[in-house]
Design a protein around this ligand. Structure first.
Ligand SMILES: [Zn+2]
Length: 330
């Protein structure tokens, strides 16, 4: 938020183009129950009596006495943004994009519990809300966090109406998201997992957007697009080994918005997932905002420095292997 203010991209600096939602409600137990088991939700709430504690060791995922409240509020932010974007899309002009600047993140949380810094699957809760409250049956979720969005993957694994497409660094946490994880039963083919080789950056993502994300979206014809925008694929992140730049995130935000304009009346909501280097996180979120406001990237990195080392041959090979598995990106 401080970086957005400094870059004059916040609601105060841009009263005509940026609106900050403040007075929204936390997600209710029934909103969350569309994704998580009641046992988990009640159990987590009860656990807060013992806070501070670690609720999941794989992240590890810490909780304070306010964590249940905060996680409910994060999920509620996604719901409020879906409501606002859907309401605006009924007007004559394309709606603004939604961007949930929230903590905790959500894409690792599984139906039965927390995982990897995540308590509730914010994006999954919002997807179910879009379907149940607004009749937007077909939801496409694009996840470009550096890690596999295993929680979202599991939630919709057998659901043909939610296309989940995740790019993530090969062999990274939590180890799931192999290309042959394609969904099950009626949902077979509606889960697309593309692990990227170490060092993938802007060139790789441009290729993947053109060859995988756009065709999959065009085939699926979503009613709304939701994006798990993780910023931990940035080259300054020490947690992983991809080399996205602020400008890569600018291009991704713009490309997803273009798909939403083309396919679903501009209805799109971005959700903050990972991002731990606060400088690159805030600079990349700011650059994403610029993309959504129709402005140029402010990134000053010389792209030729990083791009030279991108493993493009391996990326092409990975995309070809994925194509053999998903003969039609439906
Ligand atoms: Zn991540």
């Amino acid at each position: 938020m401080a970086a957005l203010e400094k870059a004059e991209l916040d609601a105060q600096s841009r009263p005509k183009s940026v609106l900050e939602l403040r007075d929204f409600s936390p997600a209710t137990a029934s909103d969350i129950a569309a994704v998580h088991t009641p046992n988990y939700v009640q159990g987590l709430q009860k656990l807060m009596e013992q806070a501070p504690l670690i609720v999941d060791g794989t992240g590890p995922t810490y909780a304070t006495e306010k964590t249940f409240e905060d996680a409910s509020l994060a999920a509620g932010a996604g719901i409020a943004l879906v409501d606002a974007v859907v309401a605006a899309s009924k007007g004559s002009r394309p709606p603004p994009s939604g961007f949930a600047i929230i903590r905790p993140p959500g894409h690792h949380a599984v139906p039965i519990g927390p995982m990897g810094f995540c308590l509730f699957g914010n994006i999954a809760v919002a997807a179910r809300h879009a379907q149940n409250a607004h009749g937007l049956r077909r939801v496409m979720i694009v996840d470009y966090d550096v890690h596999h969005g295993n929680g979202t993957n599991d939630t919709f694994y057998e659901d043909p109406d939610v296309l989940f497409l995740s790019t993530h660094q090969q062999y990274s946490y939590p180890g799931t998201g192999k290309p042959d994880e394609v969904g099950k039963g009626a949902g077979e083919g509606a889960t697309v997992n593309l692990p990227l080789p170490w060092g993938s950056g802007e060139q790789a993502m441009a290729y993947v957007t053109d060859e995988v994300i756009a065709p999959a979206a065009q085939k699926f014809k979503p009613d709304i697009i939701l994006v798990s925008a993780g910023f931990d694929a940035h080259y300054q992140e020490t947690i992983a080994g991809l080399q996205f730049t602020n400008r890569t995130y600018h291009k991704l935000a713009k490309d997803m918005r273009t798909l939403a304009d083309e396919l679903c009346g501009g209805r799109i909501v971005y959700f903050l997932e990972g991002g731990y280097d606060l400088r690159s996180l805030s600079a990349s979120v700011a650059d994403s905002f610029r993309a959504l406001l129709g402005e140029k990237s402010a990134d000053k990195v010389d792209p030729s420095l990083a791009l030279e080392f991108e493993p493009i041959g391996l990326v092409e090979q990975a995309v070809n292997e994925l194509r053999a598995i998903h003969s039609d990106f439906r």
